[in-house]
Design a protein around this ligand. Structure first.
Ligand SMILES: [Zn+2]
Ligand SMILES: [Zn+2]
Length: 332
């Protein structure tokens, strides 16, 4: 089978691999759609996961069950599924508290085990979620959406009257649309790129150009502010836009050695909640339910549906343009 194969630090290619063998408790999934994520690039350069190669990347995928192991009774060939990539240990302190996304030895399909950038993937059946009639490119959004929902849940964002998301890339926009789906009507998105802001506006979001006076006039104006850029300076600045009693969410992936300066007095005096969030926590079903209700806006975040060979260049810098939103391997 064809697959994107990471064979060493920074080395990615297209490979012809043996079809994976079915082990007990597993299903063989024919991958129909698989999304590219910045994490895939981090995995390729050993900044995320255990840095062990070779590996088939891809942790945002959906497909059709092709075959199941003999001992599997609850899934059958033809079932349409989305995959929860996280493989927590179930025993460590975080897992015992229900925070499986913070498992001390967290593994994941596409990160530390072969994932979705291949024609086939074997997955333990506990990681399969039925997607009903959802188109596959939408079902493959369930994983990033579950990450977004985990962040919004930690920040209790659905109680906000208004919200501001920094970063109009696919994840920032997915977060902005999720806020709307959760009943926050007034959602703004800030970015430096005009074409991304125009696109955000077409999705029903209020565009704000970073560095503009329009934005500068909105200090202390938002109940909920999130960073989806991973730029430390943006994280530092977002506190200023958070209303008294509001919440700021660190969602973007900053460099591990990046630092910010915050005035503790401001956090105290204005009763600001500063919240973090990592990955998803068994909430793919919640994401699938939102995708089923989507009015077509989340679907528009998938900008590229490509064969495996054409996904490969997007692992290198300079291929994506501001118009590039979610890039997916697609067989349709
Ligand atoms: Zn991801
Ligand atoms: Zn654990």
């Amino acid at each position: 089978m064809k697959a994107i194969h990471f064979t060493g630090w920074g080395v990615a290619g297209l490979a012809d691999l043996r079809e994976p063998e079915l082990e007990p408790g597993h299903a063989l999934v024919r991958v129909m759609a698989s999304g590219l994520c910045h994490t895939d690039i981090d995995v390729l350069y050993g900044r995320y996961g255990n840095g062990a190669f070779p590996l088939v990347p891809g942790h945002e995928y959906a497909g059709i069950v092709e075959a199941v192991a003999e001992d599997v009774t609850d899934w059958r060939p033809g079932d349409r599924v989305a995959i929860d990539p996280n493989i927590p240990c179930g025993k460590c302190r975080s897992c015992r508290k229900g925070l499986t996304n913070l498992c001390e030895t967290l593994e994941a399909y596409g990160v530390s085990r072969n994932g979705g950038f291949a024609e086939y993937s074997t997955v333990k059946t506990g990681h399969l979620h039925a997607t009903g009639n959802l188109p596959f490119h939408m079902a493959a959004l369930a994983e990033p959406l579950a990450c977004v929902l985990n962040g919004l849940g930690n920040a209790r964002a659905s109680s906000a009257e208004n919200a501001l998301v920094f970063g109009a890339g696919p994840i920032g926009l997915l977060m902005a649309l999720s806020l709307k789906a959760q009943g926050v009507e007034d959602v703004s998105v800030a970015d430096i790129n005009e074409s991304r802001l125009t696109f955000a506006q077409s999705l029903g979001l209020t565009p704000l150009r970073s560095g503009s006076s329009d934005l500068a006039h909105l200090k202390k104006s938002f109940d909920f502010v999130a960073d989806a850029t991973g730029i430390a300076q943006v994280v530092e600045d977002m506190i200023a836009y958070t209303a008294d009693g509001g919440t700021a969410l660190v969602f973007g992936v900053s460099a591990p050695d990046a630092r910010i300066q915050i005035a503790p007095f401001e956090i105290f005096r204005r009763q600001i909640s500063l919240v973090g969030s990592h990955s998803l926590n068994r909430n793919i079903p919640e994401a699938l339910a939102i995708l089923q209700r989507d009015n077509g806006m989340m679907a528009r975040l998938v900008s590229h549906r490509l064969p495996l060979a054409d996904v490969l260049p997007y692992l290198s810098k300079g291929t994506a343009t501001p118009q590039t939103m979610k890039v997916q391997f697609s067989t349709e």
